[in-house]
Design a protein. Structure first.
Length: 341
């Protein structure tokens, strides 16, 4: 399935049904009088957050959505039925913006969350509504009120426990593929990953096994917060991650500069990205000598002021201890959410 994290759609709620101008005409009722019913309310446009979706691809080829018009009123004081709502199913983490792409209207963060984004128009009154002591036979009946119509921007920000960040070719896709069932494209050139990928990591065996969700964020380069490379579009996905795993390619000459480049971009983007909990790992150590590994690990530890994990995504050396460390970090990040609830 193709990944799509932004889409523009057009929605329109249903118009209200028209009221009826009707009169009683029974054979033996001398003074019949008005009996026209009111029109029904138009259908709403409803947004629903559902499980099982992680892309907006459904809105790539269908952009126009219209709810049903309310049913018209009828004689014998019959009110028209309400028009059918149209429900747009969205993945968790979708933000809904107005046409200016800046005004946030809804943030779909919980499964089952429903938001009425466009209300249907009210039905028009039938002539029975206008009957008074002085106007015994009104012939006035109103048309239904129009529904709402506007454009919306849908922007998906993946919600994951751990976000994989690093420069292009840091080994993020390989790390995701060996620890989950995700199958990202892997190649030895920059920007192999053009779309974020999600995978479920299983830690432990049997009944003690635990799981967390990991997101592979496309590689960041210098100037990404200003739109360079893949730009800020994918930096937004980092906002929803509970914590970060920063992978650094150990085979490059300056690991410290690689680490600091990504950290600068996270800080410049804002949104408290630089304040998220982070675990640093020196990757691709299967292609390095023990002396190089120790020297670059020490350099990276000094620059990051954190303990540096030494791993190899290809040979899986040091991967399991790192996964257990990530699981502990995820548990700590989940605890405040449970306490708040």
């Amino acid at each position: 399935m193709k990944f799509l994290d932004q889409a523009k759609i057009y929605v329109r709620s249903g118009n209200g049904g028209a009221g009826c101008a009707g009169f009683r005409r029974e054979k033996f009722i001398e003074f019949g009088g008005p009996d026209g019913g009111d029109g029904g309310r138009g259908g709403d446009v409803v947004l629903e957050c559902v499980d099982g979706l992680n892309t907006l691809i459904d809105y790539r080829y269908a952009q126009h959505f219209k709810a049903e018009t309310g049913h018209h009123g009828m004689g014998s004081q019959r009110t028209g039925g309400k028009g059918k709502d149209i429900v747009l199913r969205l993945p968790r983490g979708t933000q809904v913006f107005a046409e200016d792409n800046e005004t946030l209207l809804a943030d779909m963060t919980e499964i089952g969350q429903r938001v009425i984004i466009a209300k249907g128009g009210d039905g028009g009154y039938g002539n029975l509504h206008y009957k008074t002591s002085t106007n015994r036979a009104p012939r006035r009946a109103d048309a239904g009120w129009p529904g709402e119509e506007f454009a919306l921007w849908l922007r998906l920000k993946l919600i994951a426990d751990i976000g994989l960040v690093g420069l292009p070719n840091a080994g993020k896709s390989t790390f995701l593929s060996i620890n989950t069932n995700a199958k990202p494209k892997i190649a030895d050139y920059p920007f192999t990953t053009l779309h974020p990928g999600l995978g479920v990591v299983k830690v432990g065996d049997g009944s003690d096994a635990r799981e967390f969700v990991m997101a592979d964020i496309p590689g960041l380069i210098e100037g990404a917060h200003e739109g360079a490379g893949l730009g800020t579009r994918f930096l937004g996905h980092v906002e929803r991650c509970r914590a970060l795993l920063h992978l650094v390619d150990g085979t490059q000459d300056d690991v410290v500069d690689a680490y600091r480049t990504v950290r600068r971009e996270l800080k410049a983007y804002g949104g408290n990205l630089a304040r998220k909990k982070e675990i640093v790992a020196l990757n691709k150590t299967d292609a390095m000598t023990p002396e190089d590994i120790e020297a670059k690990r020490a350099q990276l530890a000094k620059a990051s002021r954190k303990a540096v994990h030494v791993i190899s995504g290809v040979s899986r050396q040091g991967v399991q201890p790192l996964l257990h460390e990530l699981m502990k970090l995820v548990d700590k990040q989940r605890s405040p959410a449970r306490d708040a609830a």
